[in-house]
Design a protein around this ligand. Structure first.
Ligand SMILES: Nc1nc2c(ncn2[C@@H]2O[C@H](COP(=O)(O)OP(=O)(O)OP(=O)(O)O)[C@@H](O)[C@H]2O)c(=O)[nH]1
Length: 368
């Protein structure tokens, strides 16, 4: 975007310079040729950037080279001309290019990456500013005039100041990039559960709030591992952690990218399913139950889960939706675990829970 604005402004300046030189009283060949040629090239670059934004790197390099040539040509031509003709003074013939030179140096600093910016600034200065400075220093009569002093300042100390600012600008950019990547890292940490790698409760709540705000048909599944404390007590916490990781990965694999699973508490997970009908909601919950019961979780022989489901209603808040799905989970626990219960209000509420019981064993704690 910055490059597009710069190119458009340069094009505007080129068109104005073309009009001024063609309509003005003094007609010098370079002034009549250079501005229209540069304007046409700039128009080409603007079109290229518009059509192919991905080419911004190449277009920037071409624009910088074009700017260097546009400044270099009059600087050398008029300096050589003034040096060779005693009756021609550089301060009278050199176009008003000192401010453009400052813009060119600033562009080098911003758009040339890394240490190459210093080399580019030095080359740019040598090509554009040095002939004018050398001329002025060898012609004290012209240096003593207001225009001479102005040119000497612009091409000498002022451009040096711009280059000195370069490390400051680089340092600030590096700092901004570091802060941005740190912020991204913190965001990831906040949104990911560090143990299981699925979404955190914070992120789950955010998704649920979004789903509730959007309305439409969406469903929740609250999933709690059965007798998890016994696994911890028998095999130790690291084994319990391993079980949580395997269960989370198994569930995440079964879900679509638009669906969300978040670790809600110790051994409890919430699945948020946007755009789901009651039948599909129950089907997905049961697929999760079956998959958990079937997954190997050595050294534990088998792990099962109880699941509650709830369809969201338009009047639901975060609390009412979670209360309903929690009550459904509680009923599934009361039925002995390893089953799915639908929240009241849902079409399969209460009924069918026992029929959804798996034929798999309730968790045993045998070592495989
Ligand atoms: N390994 C491990 N255990 C955890 C973690 N967070 C919570 N727990 C344990 O999970 C267990 C949960 O115990 P309970 O709430 O009694 O649940 P339960 O044993 O599954 O009983 P039911 O849910 O009624 O089947 C506790 O022993 C917690 O210490 C964790 O991050 N890692």
């Amino acid at each position: 975007m910055a490059m597009m604005v710069m190119l458009s402004l340069a094009l505007l300046a080129g068109v104005c310079a073309t009009a001024m030189h063609w309509l003005g009283p003094v007609h010098r060949p370079m002034d009549r040729v250079l501005p229209p040629v540069v304007s046409a090239l700039l128009a080409g670059l603007v079109c290229a950037l518009w059509l192919r934004p991905a080419w911004v790197g190449v277009i920037t390099r071409i624009a910088l080279c074009l700017s260097a040539l546009t400044l270099m040509a009059p600087a050398w031509l008029y300096t050589v001309q003034a040096s060779l003709s005693p009756d021609v003074r550089l301060i009278d013939t050199l176009p008003p290019m000192s401010s453009l030179f400052a813009v060119f140096m600033a562009m080098l600093m911003i758009f040339v990456p890394g240490r190459r910016a210093y080399v580019a600034a030095a080359v740019g200065w040598l090509l554009v500013a040095s002939p004018v400075l050398v001329y002025l220093l060898t012609h004290p009569g012209e240096l003593g005039t207001p225009r001479g002093v102005d040119l000497a300042m612009a091409f000498g100390p002022a451009s040096l100041m711009l280059v000195v600012l370069l490390p400051v600008q680089r340092g600030l950019m590096g700092k901004i990039q570091r802060l941005a990547s740190e912020r991204d890292g913190i965001e990831v940490q906040l949104h990911r559960d560090p143990l299981t790698g699925v979404n955190s409760r914070l992120f789950g709540e955010r998704v649920l709030r979004d789903v509730l705000a959007r309305g439409g048909t969406a469903g929740l599944v609250m999933l709690d591992l059965d007798r998890f404390k016994a696994i911890n007590d028998t095999y130790g916490h690291p084994a319990g952690d391993g079980v949580l990781r395997v269960v989370a990965a198994t569930c995440a694999r079964l879900l679509r990218p638009s669906e969300c699973i978040a670790r809600w508490g110790g051994e409890e997970f919430l699945v948020i399913l946007p755009d789901v009908d009651p039948g599909a909601l129950h089907g997905i919950a049961d697929r999760l139950r079956v998959a958990i019961a079937a997954v190997p979780v050595a050294p534990v022989a088998q792990v099962t889960a109880s699941l509650g489901t709830a369809l969201l209603h338009p009047a639901d808040t975060l609390d009412t939706a979670l209360q309903r799905v929690d009550r459904a989970l509680y009923r599934a626990k009361e039925l002995g675990g390893n089953c799915v219960c639908a929240g009241e209000g849902g079409p399969t509420a209460g009924s069918g829970s026992l029929r959804e019981r798996g034929s798999v064993k309730i968790p045993s704690l045998e070592v495989l």
